[in-house]
Design a protein around this ligand. Structure first.
Ligand code: GTP
Ligand code: MG
Ligand code: ZN
Length: 387
């Protein structure tokens, strides 16, 4: 690299909502090189799904001054075309160590390049599960991550006011619920659907433990979702029902699995891929209350291609980064009517001239879905706990 002063483009991202409280270094999430930026620009609207909550802009900086600046963080200025630089996918992050799968399917424990570590102060970890990274071997068995490729999508939660990326680059969200034990919770399905819509993940609704009920009982509920264009699936991990179609759904994709504790997520994954031997636990009192404390996600490579993401703390990616007025837009059935409400900022609850409420009265919107919407609107929006 020449020592001459070079202008460089940086993409910086602002969080509108918390801008007033931004600390230095909060401003920038990532530095993307020029090519990546072009790629990213085309996708950025689609990716974040956060609409007006996130603004991005490109700024020009001196390579030298940027390196010293606290406002902008620079991931890497390395020339990653070097032949010794390898490409891999992060399966799991444990503190400062990441487990990276190389293109041959070998998992290598990697440290993170120092400059990358200092890059972002608003993320708990710089590297996230699901990241596509460039790394170099150091010795025979270990490596060091040099750069993170631009992320197609991220699922986040907040952790002491910092953005914590649970997993990146997912394609679809497998929403697992159980027909019984624990009883089916349609509100929770709707909540996860909102998460999927918000993050541009393709949702699949899977109702497990159908061996415990008469599937006819689920017909009307499933009908509502099918009419909205959502894929639905009935399974019994215990009996092996519906596993083959599920295998087809996850093949070649990166699928993140969500669902209440005890619904049979691990059992389903074990059925999809024999030999996985994930721990399956009896539904206990304690479990029903949900003790998901772990928040590290883990990518499980599938033999037929693709990855399943097992994230014990998945319920944490609730709607912390969403404004109440945005929720309606994330309900496929409410969205088309919202434009016809008398007030543009109608929350479809107590307002007069609300086209959504009219549609519910006329049965054009399913009443239960609407209740679910109201429930979400009433719920205390989850705020990042700023320190
Ligand atoms: N009857 C029946 N029981 C099932 C089925 N699938 C799982 N179970 C049982 O449900 C219990 C919970 O299963 P898990 O696979 O551990 O559930 P999980 O969703 O992974 O739970 P967490 O890991 O706590 O989030 C176990 O006792 C399983 O044997 C099914 O299809 N039918
Ligand atoms: Mg489990
Ligand atoms: Zn309205």
């Amino acid at each position: 690299m020449s020592s001459k002063k070079k202008k460089q483009k940086l993409r910086v991202e602002f969080k509108k909502k918390y801008q007033g409280r931004n600390r230095q270094g909060d401003v920038t999430r990532e530095y993307l090189d020029h090519d990546a930026e072009t790629l990213d620009a085309a996708n950025s609207e689609r990716i974040s799904g956060k609409g007006k909550l996130t603004r991005r802009r490109t700024i020009m900086v001196d390579a030298d001054s940027a390196a010293k600046s606290d406002d902008v963080d620079i991931a890497s200025r390395l020339d990653v075309d070097d032949a010794s630089v390898l490409r891999g996918r992060v399966l799991e992050v444990h503190g400062l160590q990441s487990y990276v799968e190389n293109e041959q399917g070998v998992v290598i424990r990697c440290a993170t390049r120092r400059l990358l570590k200092t890059m972002s102060t608003d993320q708990r970890h710089v590297v996230a599960a699901g990241d596509v990274v460039r790394f170099k071997m150091e010795g025979a068995h270990e490596g060091v991550i040099l750069r993170i490729d631009p992320r197609r999508s991220i699922l986040c939660r907040s952790s002491k006011g910092r953005q914590h990326i649970i997993v990146s680059n997912c394609d679809q969200l497998l929403i697992v619920t159980s027909a019984a034990q624990p009883t089916i919770k349609p509100n929770l399905i709707d909540r996860f659907l909102v998460t999927a819509e918000q993050n541009q993940l393709d949702p699949v609704i899977c109702i497990n433990k159908v061996d415990l009920i008469d599937p006819a009982e689920l017909q009307s509920l499933l009908g509502v979702y099918s009419r909205l264009g959502y894929r639905t699936l009935l399974t019994s991990a215990q009996k092996g029902w519906g596993i083959r179609p599920l295998r087809d759904i996850v093949r070649g994709k990166q699928t993140v699995v969500a669902g209440q504790s005890g619904v049979g997520k691990s059992s389903i994954l074990n059925a999809i891929q024999p030999g996985l031997e994930l721990r399956v636990q009896k539904v206990s009192e304690e479990n029903e209350k949900g003790k998901h404390t772990t928040t590290t996600a883990k990518l499980i490579p599938l033999l037929e291609g693709g990855y399943i993401v097992d994230t014990p703390g998945i319920r944490q990616f609730q709607l912390w980064d969403i404004e109440p007025q945005e929720i309606g837009g994330l309900f496929r059935d409410i969205r088309p009517y919202a434009n016809y409400c008398r007030f543009p900022n109608c929350e479809h609850q107590h307002e007069v001239g609300c086209a959504v409420k009219n549609a519910v009265a006329d049965d054009r919107i399913d009443a239960r879905r609407y209740e679910s919407y109201c429930h979400l609107m009433e719920a205390e929006p989850e705020k990042p706990d700023l320190d």
